[in-house]
Design a protein around this ligand. Structure first.
Ligand SMILES: [Fe+2]
Ligand SMILES: [Fe+2]
Length: 499
């Protein structure tokens, strides 16, 4: 059975074509994830592996214990070198042109990077001491523990050194959620959900680590967390998706769902991980409001038809409801109110209305991201056991399908209005997206089909299937666009999927 036929026909109509058959299977480039960085020499490999945690009494600076946890015994001077290549001036978008433009932090350097919007120039800031960082921040040295940042960075800190944590340690959390890295220092306590990565390891979720996923107000808790960043239309700033931190508030929850989530029957650990997943989903839906606000400004700047501008505004309101639904699910699972803190990037994100820039973001975030989001939402609503959860996921999937259709309509208009620059940008973006989804995502923090959480291998297979059977034929239906780099369809359906 061709289970993506309805979605394909909807999007083909949006793109201005109908009746196309699905794409043939093809080979595509395979991308691999970066290797984890090595532990810093000065992070202090444990002198005595048998030494008991949690409070070692030795040495200074960053300390790494035998169980892999990293904490700060005392302040230390960091290497403030930024080794990234300087901005060349040939990149596609620019937050800065020279180091003199980077004035928001210490030792600003304008470097060349590559993100979801292609090559760009952005400011990077490295620190040498805490004094160079803001209030409630400390300088985390390059290479410490699991830190992925390529240079020393200022990080939010609820403690600065072990002495701030009576009877415990001031731990370093470097949490990469699949979209961005959040670096935090916080005291470890006996009430934390985990004490080290070993407490989180399981065969089903090998990518999960013991980290601080979020700071709520002035408190933080160490929890098991993994890749939680969901697909959809992200707010991309300087090449990386941005989202608001969590805040303890209940005014961002949907008013009422048809039935109550049956959370009482779930083990506490499952509830906790599912709550963390849906809180991350909610934060990305919340960021999508800003993304559509920016998109509507870009459409106005490019002289788009009224219908497209109107649809972009309606889509922003849909995303607001998605955020409320997801915050409500997260709050019920957690047993406490969870909502968004300030999303500062909503005000500081550059609008950027160059044709190539807008087309590339439209293809990656809309034509690919929202199309995959619609298909994933349908699949998750089908497997979710709870009626309220299934209804929420179904509502989100229906909206995402409309958003995907808007993206294909907008791309069709931009190709007609701007010609070759738009066509070349679209080809580049489709190729990048195909490579990005060629491999399975890293494991999430929980695979639990009844709660609408697919395992990574099933998600990867579903995405490749949709890319081959929906995205590729829609792309080929647009004038001037090729079918190159269409991904291969998987040989089997994802677990739990209908056939
Ligand atoms: Fe959404
Ligand atoms: Fe959306």
């Amino acid at each position: 059975m061709d289970r993506h036929r309805s979605l394909r026909m909807t999007l083909l109509l949006a793109a201005g074509a109908a009746g196309c058959s699905s794409a043939k299977s093809r080979d595509i480039a395979v991308v691999t994830l970066a290797e984890p960085q090595a532990t810093a020499d000065d992070a202090g490999a444990a002198d005595d592996p048998a030494a008991p945690a949690p409070r070692p009494q030795r040495s200074a600076g960053w300390m790494q214990e035998a169980d892999g946890t990293v904490h700060r015994a005392s302040t230390v001077r960091c290497d403030a070198t930024i080794a990234q290549r300087a901005c060349a001036g040939t990149e596609r978008s620019f937050q800065c042109r020279t180091d003199a433009d980077c004035t928001q932090g210490p030792r600003g350097k304008c470097v060349s990077s590559f993100g979801q919007i292609g090559p760009y120039c952005g400011c990077e800031y490295a620190c040498e001491t805490d004094a160079e960082c803001g209030p409630s921040e400390v300088c985390v040295c390059k290479g410490t523990g699991a830190l992925r940042e390529e240079h020393s960075v200022c990080a939010k800190a609820l403690c600065a050194v072990d002495a701030d944590c009576p009877g415990s340690t001031c731990g370093l959390s470097a949490y990469f959620n699949g979209c961005w890295e959040q670096v935090t220092l916080a005291c470890r306590t006996k009430d934390d959900a985990c004490q080290s990565d070993a407490d989180c390891a399981s065969d089903a979720n090998p990518g999960v680590a013991c980290v601080v996923p979020d700071i709520e107000g002035e408190s933080a808790r160490w929890e098991c967390a993994g890749i939680s960043c969901a697909i959809g239309r992200p707010l991309v700033v300087e090449g990386a998706p941005r989202a608001a931190p969590r805040a303890p508030r209940d005014d961002w929850r949907a008013p009422a769902a048809p039935t109550e989530l049956d959370v009482a029957s779930l083990p506490p650990e499952v509830r906790e991980r599912a709550a963390a997943h849906y809180a991350a989903v909610a934060a990305l839906e919340h960021a999508s409001i800003a993304s559509f606000a920016r998109f509507s400004l870009q459409l106005l700047a490019l002289g788009a038809p009224a219908a497209l501008v109107g649809e972009a505004h309606r889509a922003a309101l849909d995303e607001l409801e998605h955020a409320r639904l997801a915050y409500d699910i997260a709050s019920r699972l957690a047993g406490r109110a969870i909502g968004p803190g300030p999303l500062l990037e909503a005000a500081t994100a550059p609008v950027g209305a160059g044709v190539a820039e807008v087309v590339e973001a439209l293809v990656e975030e809309g034509c690919v991201g929202e199309t995959l989001g619609a298909a994933e939402g349908r699949e998750l609503s089908r497997i979710a056991a709870d009626p309220a959860l299934a209804a929420a996921l179904e509502r989100i999937a229906a909206d995402e399908e409309r958003h995907a259709a808007l993206s294909w309509r907008a791309l069709s208009w931009m190709l007609a209005a701007f010609g070759e620059p738009a066509r070349a940008a679209a080809e580049r973006a489709f190729s990048r997206a195909a490579a990005r989804f060629a491999v399975d995502p890293a494991p999430g923090l929980l695979a639990h089909e009844a709660l609408g959480l697919l395992p990574a291998h099933a998600l990867g297979a579903l995405r490749r299937e949709v890319l081959a059977e929906v995205v590729a034929p829609c792309r080929a239906a647009l004038p001037g666009l090729s079918r190159d780099n269409a991904p291969a369809a998987p040989s089997s359906s994802p677990r739990g999927a209908s056939t």
